[in-house]
Design a protein around this ligand. Structure first.
Ligand SMILES: O=C(O)[C@H]1NCC[C@@H]1O
Length: 229
């Protein structure tokens, strides 16, 4: 690996994500950053009918996965102090409503055109040096422990699209579930199909949790993988 920082390309469902890891020749540092695929605002100010909450306005952003974004306040909740159960239930209801009422499109691959979750925020999207807090409820109503790499990427793309931040203006994002922090900034403009997009850099702390060695046995009939259609 190269010093003082090694680039590591991770092959994700959305495409290659490049992580940059500090490396002094012996040890890696814990402050890491990554650049994901071009991120874009898929739709701003979409009104959906959410059972139990009525008409709700959301933004939809793509940062390697699609998320709906809205301030928790619009659902009568506070992202910092409401019960996690209430935040999860409300976010899940928004996800279901957006899935039913809004058709997503991904220019490169329609298999990526699905809503992965809803991110409830404190509404602080205008640029500020203060952290902004969010909670990401994704997949089967799981709560992310971090501010969400793909979610922060999508949120920055939406903020950039709305003229709320400039290139290379860093913002700090806080997870309401654990308090962990990411910083994010748009580093350059890009395109994804016809969408005006940005490459976003997200940084945070990463630690080793284990190592694994994979082997292939010649007799393994599935050694080259399989695909179920
Ligand atoms: O940070 C991320 O992008 C991942 N964590 C939860 C949702 C995504 O899978």
């Amino acid at each position: 690996p190269s010093r003082p920082e090694a680039a590591v390309t991770i092959h994700c469902p959305c495409g290659p994500v490049t992580a940059f890891v500090p490396w002094d020749g012996q040890r890696s540092g814990s402050r890491v950053r990554f650049h994901s695929v071009p991120a874009f605002a898929a739709a701003a100010d979409v009104t959906v009918d959410v059972p139990g909450h009525g008409k709700v306005v959301v933004d939809i952003g793509y940062g390697g996965a699609f998320y709906a974004f809205l301030s928790a306040e619009r659902l009568g909740l506070d992202v910092c102090s409401s019960k996690t159960r209430d935040l999860v239930d409300a976010a899940s209801a928004v996800t279901e409503a957006v899935k039913r009422q809004f058709k997503l499109h991904h220019p490169d691959n329609e298999e990526l055109a699905f809503l992965y979750g809803t991110i409830l925020t404190d509404g602080k999207d205008a640029f500020s040096d203060e952290p902004t807090t969010n909670i990401c409820v994704f997949a089967d109503a799981q709560v992310d422990r971090s501010p969400t790499g793909s979610g922060v990427t999508a949120r920055i793309a939406l903020q950039y699209h709305k003229g709320l931040i400039q290139l290379n203006q860093s913002r700090t994002f806080r997870s309401s579930s654990t308090g962990s922090l990411f910083t994010g900034k748009a580093v350059k403009e890009a395109k994804c199909g016809d969408y005006n997009a940005v490459v976003v850099e997200v940084s945070g702390e990463a630690f080793y949790t284990g190592t694994a060695t994979f082997v292939v046995e010649e007799e393994d009939p599935l050694k080259y993988g399989f695909s179920v259609k």
